[in-house]
Design a protein around this ligand. Structure first.
Ligand code: GLN
Ligand code: ZN
Length: 762
């Protein structure tokens, strides 16, 4: 009969015990043996939960000591030379060295796992000679069987995806690399087959991206080789995060099952399977429960979908699955005690999703009365939230609907604004500024805690913040910066701060998800219509401005960044959520302007992160992201200068969209992709104000004047000197006081030199 399965379970534990164990081990507080024991306990506990809930095919080897891509590299002995690894099973010290760096060797690069907020360690293939160092999936399978009697489903990242995500080889070496890797995969799989493993899940999420004809042929060859070597093993070729490209080729591959995402790839995959059919001899892994969203599924709709699928594949060839690994959602709603019941009842984190999967699987065969009760209850919970006041703010909905039909535009084109702003501010050439935050010392964090705990009253805390502002306004003047900031001392996090002040947001107590390694984040939940409820940043900004005659930039987080770093409701399109946020933030922009703040920065570091995987959908996303930014910023006077800031990503391929945002000035991170970003300005002329970060803020090192002069001169070769600003790469929140002041002094020094060198030409 139909079976249930998940593609992976969160590693971090209900109480983030995984994170705590890792960090204790790193800091030497936990011996390796004790650490191993603790991790095993966590791992078994997760398996036990799935077993108790009644999941039929439970994944093993989805657990990790840090990251599953790093695990795969380590399994094949692919360790960069600088870590002096000597072969055999990779010791933990080496494994964590690659992930986090050691005294003598920089960590491997880390990058975004497809379009999620999870980051993996990029394997470096340069000089590597892969061998099988240990069969990790086999060990995981044995453990589950021996300890819990579970017939586990080992999960492995597939060869094509692994290779595509790796670096340190050229395109012409692709086949050579596959010839090295595939035999190792075969070896792993043969050992699994010998052990009596039934199902193996091979993850090939790369199949949702566009592949070349060559890659498609490689794909076929890989799976033919594997099928020939282990004909008895049931392989579930698993895809996720989108619909597959090349459906016809993929379903022809010689594997037992094909796993498709019917949530994030719903449309494409459903059309494909309905029009092109599904091979009668294969099993369909139907990913119907959202592995990335936090909401309860409409079980009625899911049951309809599954029933429709049973017209195309027989029920015994259907597996009811999560759309992707549950790694991307928090563990359980059970520990949330502060959410309204309306909200809490509509949420489903990993454990609740297990329940949904089991229920759907049972109900598909035949619904018992209690199943029907469950389904009705769950629908009612979704309905209740749907009908809540928060989701029905008619005034917001109307205001945003009215925006839909407008092209948000500043009253004057940039050239005129630029003149008016110059006349008003009289800034020197190459104005200097910073990105917003100044060091959040232990003292600042302590002050906030005292206030949160109630040991300090509001006034005490406000006074403390004002003192910080005083100190930093003086410092900025003394350093000689032209455009000042208040320093963001009142903010812990640039999204949370605004979420706490806007309506439509909720905060969980325990909704943590892994971002990278032991780092977990607790994204806000946008569950209702977003509304402005009062000024959020005016007081501090106004205060800072009252202390100086130089302009102080107001500082807001942009709509797209707030959205991309939150869990969002799934009953309205993301585009509409972005416009609601934009509409709310616009009111803050207007309030700042009213209060006499003449420069306002709206940060959008996360714009690029939301880019859809499908190329054909990217233009549309960028268009509405740009529109949301413009809605936020378009109503101010021509003399009010709008700034924006971007970082974390490479932006060289989206300069057009950045320009379309029409910000008077952008400050953009440059150090991570130097060459490429500057090169892209050789190809496009950028016509608005721009500051390319002249130093990397991710390290405590104080850059020299010469280094920054070099950066400035390089940028000036391709950018208009009259529009050029000088600033660091990003906010200085994580830096120390001394290095910050020293670096900024050098930056101002480098600016003076640049002004002398270029005075004649501007
Ligand atoms: N204004 C923010 C700061 O300086 C920007 C942070 C960011 O870009 N991530 O901290
Ligand atoms: Zn930044």
């Amino acid at each position: 009969m139909t079976k249930s399965s998940v593609l992976g379970y969160p590693r971090i534990g209900e109480d983030r015990e995984w994170k705590k164990a890792l960090e204790a081990f790193w800091s030497g507080k936990l011996e390796e043996a004790e650490f191993q024991a603790r991790l095993q306990e966590i791992r078994l506990n997760h398996l036990r939960k799935q077993q108790e809930k009644g999941i039929d095919l439970i994944p093993v080897n989805d657990f990790s000591y840090y990251d599953h891509i790093l695990d795969t590299a380590a399994m094949f002995g692919i360790i960069p030379k600088r870590f002096s690894y000597e072969g055999g099973a990779v010791p933990l010290s080496v494994y964590y060295g690659v992930a986090r760096g050691t005294k003598g060797a920089a960590a491997s690069e880390m990058t975004k796992w497809f379009n999620t907020n999870y980051h993996y360690i990029v394997p470096e293939l340069t000089d590597a000679s892969p061998v099988l160092t240990e069969n990790k999936p086999l060990a995981a399978y044995r453990e589950a069987k021996e300890k819990l009697g579970i017939e586990g489903k080992p999960v492995i990242v597939g060869p094509l995806t692994f290779l595509k995500l790796s670096k340190g080889y050229s395109a012409s070496e692709t086949d050579t690399w596959l010839e090295r890797l595939v035999p190792l995969y075969v070896q792993v799989l043969q050992e699994l087959a010998e052990e009596g493993v039934q199902w193996v899940q091979i993850d090939e999420p790369i199949l949702v991206t566009k592949l070349s004809q060559d890659d498609l042929q490689r794909l076929t060859k890989i799976y033919e080789t594997i099928a020939a070597a282990v004909p008895s093993l049931n392989i579930m070729l698993q895809t996720y995060f989108e619909s597959v490209e090349n459906y016809t080729d993929i379903v022809k591959l010689p594997v037992k099952g094909i796993g498709l995402d019917f949530v994030h790839g719903y449309k494409g995959n459903l059309v494909a399977i309905k029009t092109l059919g599904f091979p009668a001899d294969k099993v369909l892994g139907a990913g119907v429960i959202d592995g990335r969203g936090i909401w309860k599924a409409s079980l009625r709709e899911k049951l309809e979908l599954l029933t429709a699928l049973t017209k195309l594949v027989t029920p015994d060839r259907l597996i009811v699955q999560s759309s992707c690994s549950l790694l991307h959602v928090p563990v359980t709603t059970a520990r949330e005690t502060k959410l309204t019941s309306e909200l809490k009842n509509a949420l489903a984190f990993a454990d609740e999703k297990l329940g949904e999967l089991v229920l759907l699987t049972k109900a598909l065969a035949s619904s018992s009365e209690s199943d029907i009760d469950e389904i009705i209850k769950s629908e009612a919970a979704i309905q209740a939230l749907q009908q809540s006041e928060e989701r029905n703010r008619v005034n917001i909905q109307q205001a945003v609907a009215a925006l839909n039909n407008q092209q948000p535009e500043r009253s004057h084109p940039f050239a005129e604004r630029h003149q008016a702003q110059q006349a008003k501010w009289q800034l020197p050439i190459f104005p200097t500024t910073t990105i917003g935050s100044f060091p959040q010392s232990a003292e600042v964090r302590k002050a906030r805690q005292s206030w949160r705990k109630g040991e300090w009253n509001n006034e005490q805390y406000a006074q403390y913040i004002r003192d910080q502002i005083d100190t930093w306004v003086d410092l900025q003047e003394e350093i000689g910066l032209d455009v000042l900031v208040h320093g963001e001392f009142e903010r812990t996090d640039m999204v949370e701060f605004f979420g706490e002040k806007l309506a439509g947001f909720a905060f969980t107590q325990n909704g943590w998800v892994q971002s990278y390694g032991s780092r977990c984040v607790k994204p806000p939940v946008i569950f209702g219509d977003v509304a402005f409820t009062g000024e959020m940043t005016v007081e501090e900004t106004k205060y800072a401005q009252s202390k100086t005659s130089r302009p102080v930039k107001g500082m807001l987080t942009g709509p797209i960044t707030i959205m991309n770093w939150s869990f969002v409701r799934d009953d309205i399109p993301r585009e509409q959520i972005a416009y609601q946020l934009a509409y709310a933030l616009r009111q803050e922009v207007e309030a700042l302007e009213q209060a006499g703040i003449g420069m306002i920065q709206v940060d959008e570091p996360a714009v690029r992160e939301g880019l859809p995987l499908k190329e054909e959908e990217q233009a549309d996303y960028l268009a509405w992201a740009v529109k949301a930014f413009r809605i936020t910023t378009c109503t101010v006077h021509e003399t009010t200068q709008i700034h924006t800031h971007m970082c974390y990503c490479e932006f060289h391929d989206m300069i057009d969209s950045i320009e379309a945002m029409d910000a008077d000035v952008i400050s953009i991170e440059t150090s991570r992709s130097h060459g490429e970003l500057i090169h892209s300005f050789e190809l496009n002329t950028y016509k608005l104000g721009i500051g390319l970060g002249v130093y990397d803020i991710h390290s405590p090192r104080v850059p020299s004047v010469e280094e920054m002069t070099g950066m400035i001169e390089r940028a000036l070769r391709v950018l208009d000197a009259r529009l050029f600003w000088i600033n660091p790469d990003c906010g200085l929140k994580t830096r120390g006081l001394e290095e910050t002041v020293a670096s900024l002094r050098n930056m101002v020094e480098a600016t003076k030199i640049a002004r002398e060198n270029h005075a004649a030409t501007v």
